[in-house]
Design a protein around this ligand. Structure first.
Ligand code: ZN
Length: 341
């Protein structure tokens, strides 16, 4: 037997995939957006299943409290300040060196999402915020690429497939984005690791089913409460809503342009500041400046500095994450003061 066949022999003998399905997986590309708990589980399943090209996009770095549920990362990654996308790529390369894996450290927004999703046969949602999900939804519909929604908080999780033109999309079901504070986040509700493990695993198998052209791709919203052990399948209807702007070709989230902006990051008590356009920062020069007023350390991926009781992390594209606050104007003020707008 060829090594190729060997590696995937267990799923090739599974009739739903077979040799033809395996060949399709090898010729497919999946873009995983967000590499936290859901993203690490899904990316691990997809890499091991032999998806030919895997692109993993995440904006964040790794902290000890992530290790409870983000299975691709370890303590060395925290100590060495490796961004999630890079750590995911490095660990998965060791699990499967026969596929292409690309980790990209970036905040996904209207400016870059079409570029980041280019070439995708399926987009897998591992994000922690609704705004990015609505952007994924717009890109999916605009380019006809299916996406697999997933969310997990507390002991609950849910997942659903969005197949452009065939199923309702996220805006068919939730026409407007719920306001911040209306929904539980991992900040307010915590998370039991099994919830994202199950949902990430379900998302990966739905992605595989879509890629191999399975006839029984789920058209329901699947929910689970891992604490009570209750699974449910809820019918979401079998066609897009005629009143849905996105399904009618109006991509309001993709077209909603904004300037310098800040976002509160779920689960971290941190605020991210993104500038209207990327800029190149010299970590060497900034670190020299910061060391005169506080503490600073950096590697090729990020610069950390602590001053005035705040911890700030800068990325080479000019993004900054301010830890220990939920105050967006304060975060913007710190950026202006220390880095300059
Ligand atoms: Zn829709």
């Amino acid at each position: 037997m060829q090594p190729y066949t060997d590696r995937y022999s267990r799923q090739i003998i599974f009739p739903g995939i077979g040799r033809a399905g395996q060949a399709r997986l090898a010729n497919s590309m999946v873009v995983v957006i967000g590499c936290g708990a859901l993203g690490t589980v899904a990316a691990a399943c997809l890499a091991r299943a032999g998806i030919g090209r895997l692109r993993i996009v995440d904006r964040d770095f790794i902290e000890y409290h992530n290790l409870q549920r983000q299975i691709l990362f370890d303590e060395d990654d925290v100590r060495n300040q490796i961004p999630k996308a890079i750590a995911a790529e490095r660990h998965l390369r060791k699990a499967n060196s026969s596929i292409e894996i690309e980790g990209i450290v970036a905040d996904v927004n209207y400016r870059n999402i079409e570029r980041l999703a280019k070439g995708a046969d399926v987009i897998l949602d591992g994000v922690d915020n609704l705004e990015t999900r609505y952007l994924i939804n717009d890109v999916s519909l605009k380019h006809g690429v299916p996406w697999v929604y997933g969310a997990a908080v507390s002991s609950d999780g849910m997942t659903m497939n969005i197949i452009p033109g065939k199923t309702p999309c996220i805006r068919c079901l939730f026409p407007t984005m719920p306001a911040a504070g209306q929904i539980a986040t991992c900040d307010t509700a915590g998370v039991v690791s099994s919830a994202p493990f199950i949902i990430g695993a379900l998302q990966s198998v739905e992605a595989i089913k879509i890629l191999v052209g399975a006839e029984d791709v789920s058209r329901d919203l699947i929910t689970v409460d891992v604490w009570t052990g209750a699974f449910e399948r809820l019918e979401i209807g079998d066609s897009p809503s005629p009143d849905c702007p996105a399904c009618q070709g109006k991509y309001e989230f993709l077209d909603a342009r904004f300037g310098a902006r800040t976002t509160y990051i779920c689960g971290q008590n941190a605020v991210q500041v993104v500038l209207p356009s990327d800029r190149e920062l010299s970590f060497e020069e900034l670190a020299r400046r910061f060391r005169e007023i506080g503490q600073a350390s950096y590697n090729e991926f990020m610069l950390r500095f602590a001053v005035d009781g705040y911890e700030m992390v800068l990325f080479p594209d000019g993004r900054m994450i301010v830890k220990g606050t939920d105050d967006e104007s304060l975060a913007k003020g710190l950026y202006a003061k220390y880095v300059g707008m």
